[in-house]
Design a protein. Structure first.
Length: 367
């Protein structure tokens, strides 16, 4: 050891020790952050909130409610009586609340359809304290989404996360207006992706989170740890009516697709094949001596629909749609829905052990 010290020299060793001491005492002078600041940044999502919060609005709706219609009101013998009663019956305003997200600087907002359903007046309260009335641009019951428009300047649109960016275990923040308290932020993780079969809407592909979502959060933002939008908070599963750790959000790619169609056309136009399917079970595949269980069995065909016109038949097993392997039925319906009506696609099926490629002209899904 003495020989090493002699070779290096005490001055060099002292210099190294002194430099290490300076780094500990004054890290910012050497382009480093103090340990306290590093820990603060890891444990805080203030930057994400500062980025996303100005893009989330509170929504307050009012609609006029009258008494329920009596079962005999349509009976000709009683119509005159009920007409007089209806005219004298007082009408009362009913209020509700929700949240929304600013999607672009032109003033387009996205929220849930159920937040504004039946509303006579929609009041928007912005993060900076401004308030204004909103107009309904379009609504889509099948995804529970609606687009609103406000006429204000200096709006801050939300930043979007890439499609499919949400991963199970990722930290997320829910921003909204629970119980009318005003803008509130809660934190959780992505608990699951691709949730469906919940009978909430026609097209379901929800993100599941344990971030607290309560009445009033509907239509608000679910953002990642960088403040970028992952989805629109839409529903909760609860026995009490409050948050119990199961919240659902519509993924941002579906939200953008619906919003763009509602702005451009006032409605959402979806592709349609006109078939009813069920996922092929492994046991059925074995009985039919199929190579694997991947496929969708056609259980029904709508008369005069695209599949009927193309010659698809009940009992056909769909193996792929336009080159993409068949999935579980839900994912396939989402893919077909985004196809352009009039587009020709190829559907590969197994019919009596024979593989057949059938061209199909995509139709427009009936409203």
């Amino acid at each position: 050891m003495a020989k090493i010290l002699a070779a290096i020299g005490w001055p060099a060793i002292c210099g190294v020790l002194f430099a290490a001491l300076l780094l500990q005492l004054y890290p910012e002078r050497f382009g480093m952050e103090p340990k306290e600041q590093q820990a603060s940044q890891i444990n805080s999502f203030a930057n994400a909130v500062n980025l996303a919060a100005p893009s989330v609005v509170n929504i307050y709706t009012t609609k006029t409610v009258t008494g329920q219609k009596h079962p005999l009101a349509d009976d000709p013998r009683f119509q005159q009586y009920f007409e007089r009663r209806r005219q004298s019956q007082p009408q009362s305003p009913q209020t509700s609340l929700g949240s929304g997200v600013i999607f672009d600087e032109r003033g387009y907002l996205l929220t849930n359809y159920h937040v504004i359903a039946g509303a006579d007046e929609i009041l928007i309260s912005l993060f900076d304290g401004r308030e204004t009335l909103a107009k309904i641009v379009g609504r889509d019951k099948e995804t529970d989404l609606a687009v609103l428009k406000i006429d204000l300047d200096n709006l801050q649109p939300i930043s979007f996360a890439p499609t499919g960016a949400a991963r199970v275990g990722d930290i997320v923040l829910a921003i909204g207006n629970p119980f009318g308290f005003g803008q509130t932020v809660t934190q959780g993780i992505i608990s699951a992706t691709g949730r469906y079969g919940l009978n909430i809407s026609t097209y379901e592909n929800y993100l599941q989170t344990d971030a607290d979502i309560n009445p009033g959060n509907s239509g608000g933002a679910l953002v990642d740890a960088n403040g970028k939008l992952l989805g629109i908070n839409s529903a909760i599963f609860s026995r009490s009516g409050g948050s119990q750790g199961i919240g659902l959000a519509i993924p941002v790619d579906i939200a953008q697709y619906v919003m763009n169609d509602l702005i451009d056309y006032g409605k959402v136009t979806r592709g349609w094949l006109g078939v009813e399917v069920k996922q092929l079970l492994a046991t059925a595949a074995k009985e039919m001596k199929l190579p694997n269980s991947q496929g969708l069995v056609i259980t029904g065909i709508y008369p005069t629909g695209p599949a009927d016109a193309a010659g698809l038949e009940p009992g056909d097993i769909i193996i792929s749609i336009n080159g993409s392997d068949a999935g579980n039925g839900r994912t396939d319906s989402l893919v077909v829905a985004r196809m352009i009506p009039g587009q020709e696609i190829t559907v590969n099926v197994l019919r009596k052990q024979e593989r057949i490629s059938i061209p199909v002209l995509v139709g427009s899904r009936p409203q």
